[in-house]
Design a protein around this ligand. Structure first.
Ligand code: NAP
Length: 479
């Protein structure tokens, strides 16, 4: 299946070109697979005017119409799942198996959005609970925020786009989507699904371009009432400063910890951690980065992790037997290699992997990494996992929390009391008991604390964030 080379962006109800273009590369082969328009600030202003019109149309779409459009998009995703998977795997880092998983989940995200649209409810309010309000009654209902700016990263180029457009439309908003410049093709294909499903013009604008050029006009615009961003911490912080007084949803990164206690099933924990660390070549916001194993189990756990890591096959994304694809660019692969090197210079040892060939980096396991090393503090966003040990529960929790991120944590134990205590003590948005951090279903509230973000995604949570309560109070004469 080949990808059409010349692509256009969807602005103001038309497929448009721009004077400048952006080349889209397959990071596995370094081949240019398509060119997309590189929008200017002027193009973005056109999208903003269009979205203002679109917001008026979207809020008037009946819930039935919203559901109908979203169900049709989900149908298209299911019918053409192989096409979507091929686009994901070609423009991004994922293997074809991983891409198939993402395409299937995207259909689910859109289907859940359709279903949640019917639950956009309010509730009655007993105004007469305060003295002097005997004649008052009323309720609140939820109304759309208006125009949502949706800015998405490269690593889940389809499902994370769906996580913004689906709930935004379910809640009755217009959307301006700015997909990652490395991976705009999945987003453009999904845009086509929405048009084919009958989404009225102006409700969705998909503007391809570079964040550093069209980001500011988008997030600073007073027409935009909410910025829903998924990406890196530094970009998120820059956007938050520029956006001013608007709703913000910030889905940022992490360097997620897993705690393995002596009473756990060590084999199952090791297997889950290897899968959680190296899925999508480690370019996964909830990927496992730091593993802490209680002292008695440490050696056995380490042996299994090394064994399972060395069995992973890195290479051609399109082969079904491949486990690990490339990093998104060679520059990114070099950065991860530099971080490994820095840790080694400070005393760490590589016990599996470590070699790089272009954009491909072997899945790598490090031990004895000093806590101040960059790779122990920051988000590596590559196929590297750190293995460390602990003696006591308090030490484990302290190590897990001792970073500026808090998206998800995993804990392996057969002691339910300890597990419950850990769910209270870990400073994160989600705790997975007897699973690695790499677990998510698209309906659950998902997001982090500290440098991992603000707010929650996950369809229902997003619909709440993308709508506001409006209170209605009737003051009527009663006999
Ligand atoms: P990124 O570099 O922060 O880029 C994300 C998006 O922001 C891209 O569309 C980018 O556009 C745009 N952007 C860049 N500068 C901008 C600006 N000044 N104004 C507005 N938009 C701007 O992130 P990435 O490398 O694509 O993605 C990896 C990061 O995403 C990791 O940190 C990962 O953990 C995080 N992530 C978080 C979640 C979550 O749900 N918590 C999920 C997935 C990924 P260009 O592509 O044109 O630069």
């Amino acid at each position: 299946m080949s990808i059409s080379f010349d692509q256009k962006m969807w602005v103001a109800g038309e497929w448009l070109e721009a004077e400048e273009t952006i080349e889209v590369f397959d990071p596995g082969t370094n081949e240019c697979i398509a060119v997309v328009p590189s929008a200017t600030a002027e193009d973005m202003n056109r999208a903003l005017s269009s979205a203002e019109q679109g917001a008026k149309v979207a809020e008037k779409l009946s819930v039935h119409d919203r559901m109908d459009i979203l169900h049709k998009v989900a149908d298209d995703l299911e019918k053409n799942k192989e096409e979507f998977a091929t686009i994901i795997a070609t423009e991004g880092s994922k293997t074809i198996n991983e891409a198939r998983g993402e395409a299937a989940r995207t259909a689910e995200t859109i289907r859940i959005s359709a279903e949640e649209a019917r639950r956009l409810n309010g509730e009655t309010i007993s105004f007469d609970q305060s003295p002097g309000n005997k004649n008052r009654f009323g309720y609140y209902f939820r109304f759309p925020v208006g125009v949502v700016a949706a800015i998405t990263p490269f690593n889940d180029p389809l499902n994370l786009v769906a996580h913004k457009i689906g709930p935004a439309i379910a809640a009755g908003n217009a959307v301006i989507l700015k997909p990652a410049a490395y991976t705009p093709l999945s987003a453009l294909r999904l845009t086509k699904s929405f048009i084919d499903a009958g989404l009225p013009k102006h409700v969705l604008n998909t503007v391809t371009g570079r964040g550093r050029e069209i980001g500011n006009p988008l997030v600073e615009s007073p027409s935009v009432r909410m910025v829903s961003f998924t990406g890196g911490l530094s970009t998120g912080e820059a956007i938050a400063k520029k956006a001013g007084l608007k709703k913000l949803a910030m889905e940022l990164g992490s360097n997620s910890p897993v705690l393995v206690f002596d009473d756990a099933n060590v084999e199952a924990a090791a297997e889950a951690c290897v899968s959680g660390a190296f899925a999508a070549a480690g370019q996964n916001c909830l990927g496992v980065q730091r593993i802490y194993v209680q002292s008695k189990s440490h050696d056995e756990f380490k042996k299994i992790v090394i064994q399972k890591t060395s069995e992973l096959k890195t290479g051609n994304k399109m082969e079904e037997s491949t486990d690990v694809g490339p990093l998104i660019t060679e520059k990114e692969a070099e950065r991860v290699e530099d971080w490994i090197q820095e840790a080694v210079e400070h005393g760490a040892q590589i016990v599996a992997g470590g070699k790089r060939r272009g954009t491909f980096l072997e899945p790598t396991v490090l031990v004895n990494v000093p806590p101040h090393a960059t790779i122990a503090q920051e988000e590596v966003f590559g196929p590297v996992v750190l293995l460390d040990t602990f003696q006591t529960y308090d030490e484990a929790i302290k190590k897990a929390n001792n970073v500026n991120f808090g998206l998800q944590a995993g804990i392996f134990t057969s002691d339910v009391n300890l597990a419950v205590q850990a769910t209270r003590d870990l400073h994160v948005g989600g705790v997975m008991v007897n699973d690695s951090t790499d677990f998510r279903v698209d309906a659950m509230p998902f997001g982090g604390v500290k440098g991992s973000g603000i707010g929650r995604e996950g369809v229902r949570a997003s619909i709440e964030e993308m709508s506001e309560p409006r209170v209605v109070c009737f003051n009527i004469d009663q006999p």
